[in-house]
Design a protein around this ligand. Sequence first.
Ligand code: NAP
Length: 317
Amino acid sequence: MKKILVTRKLLKSNEEKLKKLFDVKLNPSDELYSQEKLIKMSEGCDGILSALTDKLDEKTIKSLPDSVKILSNFAVGFGNIDLNAASEKKMVVTNTPEVLTDATAEIGILLILGACRRVPEGIEGSKKGDWKWSADYLIGKQLTGTRLGILGMGRIGQKIGKVAKSLGMVIHYHNRSKLDSGKENGAIYHKTLESLMSVSDVLSVCCPASKETINLINKKTISLLPNGAIVTNVARGDIVDDDALIEALDSKKVSAVGLDVYKNEPKLNPGYLKHSRAFVLPHLGSATFETRTAMANLAIDNISEFFETGSCKNKVN
Ligand code: NAP
């Protein structure tokens, strides 16, 4: 039986499945392992079922035992893993695409609605009981007819585009490559990010975190947005320069933000907290029972497939 280190506590049914298939080292207290502890825990293991909270950088990967042949990441994103270092060590890295697209797109739409319709201020007003209906109370931005710019029109971006279109938004997008017309579903392609920013009344960041996308949303690109634009991010915190976005909120260049992900999670840049028009969520993208179950099952199946066939369809390196 292959020995697998599972770095985070999973749902019960997933852990039961793991126990049937492998000799598993589970983490019942869900301790957040330091890099040193993760290296120590992986001694004697053939694979690791990792999570986005594990920073598998070059130094950590180089220090992992040679017996570890697969890093099965419990996420579609793999910005937490240095792919080159893994490849150099002949370690396969896999992810969990598709199964979390719908749940994450739901949160992407929630961020757009929450930021556009001033939900944080509405919740605060309701709880304090100090509100009264009036014609101009908490006037927000209506989605109908509003342009939505999607940065990263992949699986999640396309689903957000589809739902937003049904709500009357006009969809624009930027990817490095233009999609075929079926996947575009009427959305307008922008060859450059600069061009996309200039038409984005609402921006939805949906691209992966990578060396190319770090701080892609920065002072310069934010300056290209229409005045009073709304910025949402359902992808990864590393893509946004927080100081630049907070400065844009301060100056009202950006009128509201909707964020699910942050640099240095779980710590939010405190600059966001002083803004009543910051709609902030604690990385809830894939957090439904169905999706978390399916993600873990896929991460487990990726390990089985790799040890049975020597490869895996969800290999990313
Ligand atoms: P995907 O299908 O691979 O889509 C990624 C899209 O980004 C592609 O269309 C890609 O198009 C584009 N892209 C990549 N690099 C780019 C660049 N440098 N400039 C512009 N566009 C670029 O991935 P997905 O399944 O939609 O997931 C997207 C991301 O969402 C994940 O990587 C993950 O970080 C994040 N996510 C977050 C949560 C959450 O809990 N909030 C949950 C799931 C996923 P081109 O290759 O043509 O550029």
